[in-house]
Design a protein. Structure first.
Length: 406
């Protein structure tokens, strides 16, 4: 995989994009560790804090198509710089917020918009426009693995900082750590020409025409529906897994290491799926990954609540966690090309985060109303099975036929 990127001259851009995603996703995917300490400190209640986290899920997704469109038009550099600085600002002001609306503003809007502007739609779109088609699957896998590495690094680190410095000190530390992504922006955007780079063609339809065409395309809409479930699943877990661990009478370290193991396993999953995208149809890869999640949750529900169960559950989930990104982005590129990939993939990420909003928010309502997450686990199973089925009718040529035709 790395040899493919090196031969195509795309390795430097890919690794820089992975580094930025490591910071933005590591910060974002570890926020669930703050739910308990925030509740103890502010007394707002888990439902109120879950609402702020849910708004963050939606905001992160809502900014994706806008950030992607801005990067397609003016280039990724200003978008990435603004995103990193907003993420830093949101983390820095969070300790000053003691109300639901203040927390929603800091975490749900400022931090989430910043993380979204420095995330998949801009990074994968920028990288895809600067490399040969045969390198794009491998690049998306490596970039995605960077986000997973961030979760592996940030989750135990922030848990330790919470123990040593308190949640406020840990949040200030997070603000400083996000600035580490700034030096990488120049490498990702080297040679950027905004929306008028070498991939653009005079005969191509404009952005509005492309988006209008996409929004009536059945395959694209089915892709959105499957990705909605992915968002529901991930947001529910990153927000409420620490509370689930607490309900089982286990120490907070089990939650932080479970989140870290998810990230570590997803490095393997992302790289492997990035490799598979070049050999098999993306829709089949997605269907299998979604179905595997339903099976894993069923197995988890049947097992005793012991630390080793959470660790094995985390590893199993991690293999497909955000490994859905390379085949989803790849399908967008196959259906509509890479010219407006930042925008079109950004719209699928918006669907992902509508699901994310519901996963985070409904989890908070479930624990408040019923005292546990039983109904959420069963909803997750049903949605995962539906997502697997919805990906099967997507229009995608067999990879072997495409190679033969070439």
């Amino acid at each position: 995989m790395l040899d493919t990127l090196r031969r195509s001259g795309a390795l430097g851009i890919t690794l820089a994009a992975a580094g930025i995603l490591m910071v933005t996703m590591g910060a974002r995917q570890s926020l669930g560790l703050f739910v308990g300490p925030l509740n103890t400190s502010t007394g707002l209640g888990i439902a109120a804090i879950s609402f702020a986290m849910a708004v963050a899920q939606f905001s992160w997704g809502a900014v994706q198509p806008l950030a992607g469109a801005a990067a397609d038009r003016w280039g990724p550099r200003p978008v990435l710089l603004a995103g990193i600085l907003l993420l830093t600002l949101g983390s820095a002001i969070t300790p000053f917020m003691s109300s639901t609306w203040g927390l929603t503003f800091a975490i749900g809007l400022v931090s989430a918009i910043g993380a979204g502007a420095g995330s998949f739609s801009v990074l994968i779109g920028a990288a895809a426009q600067r490399m040969a088609p045969e390198a794009r699957g491998a690049a998306s896998g490596v970039i995605n693995a960077g986000g997973s590495l961030g979760q592996f690094v940030f989750a135990p680190l922030l848990q330790k900082l919470i123990q040593l410095l308190g949640w406020m000190g840990a949040m200030y530390s997070l603000a400083v750590m996000t600035l580490l992504a700034l030096p990488l922006v120049g490498r990702v955007t080297k040679g950027s020409q905004g929306g008028h780079g070498s991939v653009a063609a005079v005969s191509e339809p404009g952005l509005r025409a492309t988006v209008r065409s996409a929004m009536v395309d059945r395959s694209y809409l089915l892709l959105h529906a499957g990705f909605f479930t992915c968002g529901f699943h991930i947001a529910f877990l990153v927000t409420h897994l620490p509370t689930e661990v607490d309900l089982c009478g286990l120490p907070p370290s089990v939650a932080s290491w479970s989140l870290a193991l998810i990230g570590l396993a997803n490095i393997v999953g992302s790289l492997w799926v990035g490799h598979l995208v070049g050999q098999y149809r993306s829709k089949m890869i997605l269907a299998l990954m979604y179905a595997s999640r339903a099976v894993l949750v069923l197995v988890y529900l049947a097992m005793p609540r012991e630390p080793w169960v959470f660790y094995l559950f985390a590893i199993g989930l991690g293999l497909t966690w955000l490994a859905t990104v390379p085949p989803t982005a790849g399908l967008c590129a196959k259906l509509f090309g890479v010219r407006y990939l930042g925008t079109l993939f950004g719209l699928t990420l918006l669907s992902h985060q509508v699901g994310g909003f519901l996963g985070a928010w409904l989890g908070g309502l479930a624990i408040t109303r019923f005292g546990d997450y039983t109904w959420m686990w069963w909803a997750d199973i049903v949605l995962a099975l539906l997502a697997a089925l919805l990906n099967l009718p997507i229009r995608e040529a067999r990879v072997q036929r495409a190679v033969a035709a070439a």
